[in-house]
Design a protein around this ligand. Structure first.
Ligand code: KMT
Ligand code: NI
Length: 181
């Protein structure tokens, strides 16, 4: 996974938008973002023992697979892409293991509110904490296949950033959890 500050230049969200300033792991840790690289087993058997180990350790009991392509999402494609790229938070962790393709998860640094772009490829496993503001976009390859893991029932509801989400109890707890001192 490659991580850098987003350049804030307007234009196609699928481009790299690399400011040239890398972000180190301490910063990701300080905002509660975790990641692992677990090469996708070849040939594909549908078994992912190393992912299973992380899932067991962290209590991710359920999973499904989503393929984000024009063909995969059909009529929902444009609307889904638009909603993924709206800045939002969830009341649960967002856990994604990339099986094929690639894409960008942008997360807000705190307290600077800068966008940090995480460029994910096959084998990257990313965990965003509940309450973090983030968004997702495909890149120029226009294809990602990802395993979505969750603790119990999936709570996909995105809460788009607003004054209401600033006061959301999961957001408030998140900010407390990352506060230094
Ligand atoms: C989400 O919730 O933003 C997504 O599932 C994005 C696509 S998963 C690669
Ligand atoms: Ni999300």
């Amino acid at each position: 996974m490659r991580v850098y500050y987003f350049d804030n230049i307007s234009g196609d969200q699928r481009l790299l938008h690399d400011s040239g300033i890398p972000v180190d792991d301490d910063i990701l840790t300080s905002i509660g973002v975790r990641h692992w690289h677990i090469p996708v087993p070849v040939p594909t058997t549908g078994d992912y023992p190393e992912v299973d180990a992380v899932a067991r350790e962290r209590g991710y009991k359920n999973r499904d697979v989503i393929t984000i392509t024009k063909e995969g999402l059909g009529d929902l494609y444009e609307a889904k892409l638009k909603s993924f790229y709206e800045e939002h938070m969830h009341e649960d962790e967002e856990i994604r293991y990339i099986l094929e393709g690639s894409g960008f998860f942008d997360v807000r640094e705190c307290p600077t509110d800068k966008w940090i772009r995480c460029a994910l490829d096959a084998g990257d496993l990313l965990v965003l904490p509940a309450g973090i503001y983030h968004r997702f976009t495909l890149d120029e390859k226009n294809m990602i296949k990802a395993m979505r893991l969750f603790k119990d029932e999936p709570k996909w509801t995105p809460h788009n950033r607003s004054e209401a989400t600033d006061a959301n109890s999961y957001r408030v707890e998140y900010l407390k959890s990352i506060a230094v001192n």
